[in-house]
Design a protein around this ligand. Sequence first.
Ligand code: SF4
Length: 387
Amino acid sequence: MKRAESRPVRAGTTTIGGGSPIVVQSMCATRTQDVEATAAQASMLHSAGAGLVRIAVDSAKDVAALAEVRARVPEANLVVDLQENYRLAAQVAPHVAKIRYNPGHLYHHEKGRPVRDKVASIAETATRHDCALRIGVNCGSVDPEMAARFDGADPRDLAGVTAMVESALEHCRYLDDLGFERYVVSMKDSDPRKVIEGNRRFAAARPDVPLHLGVTEAGMLPDGVIKTRIAFEQLLSQGIGDTLRVSLTLPFAEKWREVDAGRQIIADVEAGRFRSVPEFLDHGLNIISCPSCSRVENEAFVDLAFKVREMAQFARDFDITIAVMGCRVNGPGETDDADLGLWCGPAAVNLKRGGETVGAFPYDAVLDRLKDELDTLIARKGQPAAR
Ligand code: SF4
């Protein structure tokens, strides 16, 4: 397989880029503070072949749990996913091989402090603790300033791609100016077309920077793997991509399937076995669901995602997108572009119609309300989309 000439970035015992084998990674979905369950899942993912195992950390209690997990599973290369609280970097760095930060979340805390300074503090921490970094941009949560600056720059089906790529390039410049080279970049979306376009543009501009590929909230099996495969086949076959994750909504005990799916896609592309692009991406029901992580507010989320898919089957011929998200961190923003969205809270599920909130409903009542909304939407659309 032709590989782009990215530089090698070491993260623990694994190397990303520089011609190294593509690293498959995954993420724990357990509550980080449940040390027993998180250590077991980290170990399971490592044994399945995950070169990096990501864990979400949002609080000091999560940091304490992370240290425990580190001690129990020393063989795994742990990565921490920082969301809004970038200042936790200093506490997590001693326990991990790599830290991911999201440029779109850096503006939440210390609003008066320049982003460049925040990046400098993360980079300084990473250097001190021998960590690599990932600039992890999500199309659904791009820095609002970037989103405003590049609003309208893309055709409708690629909306947001320019802002996503420009945000990644801006953060590369920040790190380059600091002399920090141990970083990789990811640009993700739930639409494989945006993932392909964004990564192609970035790779052309910065072939030296290793790329982490992923389609966010790809959903459940088998559709989640199909969506991901579409993006990965296009990119890996052009030598773009040094590490990857297949994000699937799975019961906790089956998280290893993410690693398995990633390895299978790489093996197929290397052997020249390509699948055709399925029609459903342009037509019919599209269910987006997050792969869940420690931030899931109620474990009923996974079950709910499966029930939504089952209930919505009657609408499979209609061009409708339903998003099901596990928490308030990404749920509100990432459901905005769906026709109907659900994001889970501890005791209730928030139902949305596009960007508008319909209300919060108990877990055992939300499915009926979603069905009502779906019926109304279908009645408005009339006939299924022509094929
Ligand atoms: S939406 Fe929330 S629970 Fe789901 S993967 Fe993203 S951060 Fe985790």
